[in-house]
Write a protein that binds this ligand. Structure first.
Ligand SMILES: *Cc1c(COP(=O)(O)O)cnc(C)c1O
Length: 358
């Protein structure tokens, strides 16, 4: 069976050596040596000022909403993984959708400004499939209206915009290190901010608001990453260049084989790519469904990322309609990409797509 992705596993002996260290220290969680080491290495590798590791990418968003004290409405994209919207709703925020650009698949800054009113507290864009948003335009709008910006950068590990980390944009950027993501810690995530004071607040917040053994000056939650997860991250970080190179070869082969057959996401020309996803857009929903069926019969399971468009979520009882997002979400499929995916398999997938998309 070929799925849209297959979690990368590092050399087991290397992982075991870290596990041995954890066993000899008995330090399993609570900002242990593995977490500290991974934070330091990621900070350097990504070139960011503050990075705080947490237990997953969804709680990273939750923490961001809380420490920035958001309320009322937030303007976000209807074309994302459901966690972007559901986390905001659970935090008591009302998501207002600004439709996407049909080529970049990211929130269209021109649609953001129309949605701003006196209840708006923040903008929550997503670098969809690691394609950098129009960060400078979004920054301008946020400044003009005095709004906070949180980037759900779950996909955007190791992406640069104008030669600097994309994670430097916004008040906070969040990453997901879930097992299906490019870089993972089994479950995990991170919060990135340029603001040192905010970083300190986040560190207290993810550990129940505890400052010291006798001081609990803040309210907080439990969002800590554990040592076994951080050890996995340390192993995978050693291999990340190789992982990216192997995925690049696969993605370039798909693009060559499918050129003119399907539409690709248009990449931000000022940003680098991380080869985390291979989305393809078909001419119609019918074409997508026939390709999907033909692949499924060969035991190949691409995923309909992202479907449905989030403006159609029933529990929101939203009256908003985002036509572009709804249209794209009907026609987009993410093809299998993972280290170890064979060239013949990519060619077989492309042959099937060509056959069913005329
Ligand atoms: C994966 C993902 C999340 C959630 O991250 P978890 O680590 O799975 O909690 C949030 N937003 C987007 C866009 C994602 O792809």
């Amino acid at each position: 069976m070929i799925n849209v992705t297959k979690s990368y596993l590092p050399d087991i002996e290397k992982y075991k050596a870290y596990i041995d260290e954890i066993y000899s220290s008995s330090w399993l969680t609570n900002n242990g040596p593995m977490v500290q080491k991974l934070e330091l290495r990621l900070k350097e590798y990504l070139g960011v000022k503050n990075i705080i590791l947490v237990s997953n990418g969804t709680i990273a968003l939750d923490v961001a909403y809380k420490v920035l004290e958001l309320k009322g409405e937030i303007i976000t994209t209807p074309f994302s993984f459901v966690a972007t919207t559901s986390s905001a709703v659970l935090a008591g925020l009302k998501p207002i959708f600004a439709d996407i650009d049909e080529n970049s698949l990211n929130i269209n800054p021109q649609n953001i400004e129309k949605m701003i009113n006196q209840n708006t507290s923040a903008i929550l864009p997503v670098h969809v499939f690691a394609n950098a948003c129009e960060v400078e335009e979004i920054e301008k709008i946020a400044k003009k209206y005095n709004l906070k910006v949180i980037y759900d950068a779950a996909h955007a590990f190791d992406v640069e915009y104008k030669s600097e980390s994309i994670l430097k944009y916004g008040d906070i950027s969040t990453l997901s290190f879930h097992a299906t993501k490019l870089f993972h810690t089994i479950e995990g995530g991170a919060i990135i901010t340029n603001d040192d004071e905010l970083a300190q607040k986040i560190r207290y917040f993810i550990n129940f608001g505890i400052k010291s053994a006798t001081e609990i000056p803040y309210i907080g939650t439990n969002a800590k990453m554990n040592e076994f997860e951080a050890a996995m991250g340390l192993c995978i970080l050693d291999d990340i260049k190789e992982i990216k190179n192997k995925r690049k070869v696969i993605i370039e082969l798909y693009k060559k084989e499918l050129d003119g057959i399907v539409k690709f996401q248009e990449q931000n020309i000022n940003a680098t790519q991380n080869y985390s996803y291979m989305p393809v857009i078909f001419k119609s929903k019918e074409e997508l469904l026939s390709v999907q069926k033909a692949l499924n019969t060969q035991d190949i399971y691409p995923r309909r990322y992202f479907y449905p468009s989030l403006d159609t979520l029933e529990y929101l009882k939203s009256s908003q309609i985002c036509e572009i997002s709804q249209n794209i979400s009907q026609k987009i499929l993410c093809l299998p990409v993972f280290v170890g995916l064979k060239e013949e398999m990519v060619l077989k997938i492309c042959r099937t797509i060509r056959e069913f998309s005329r």
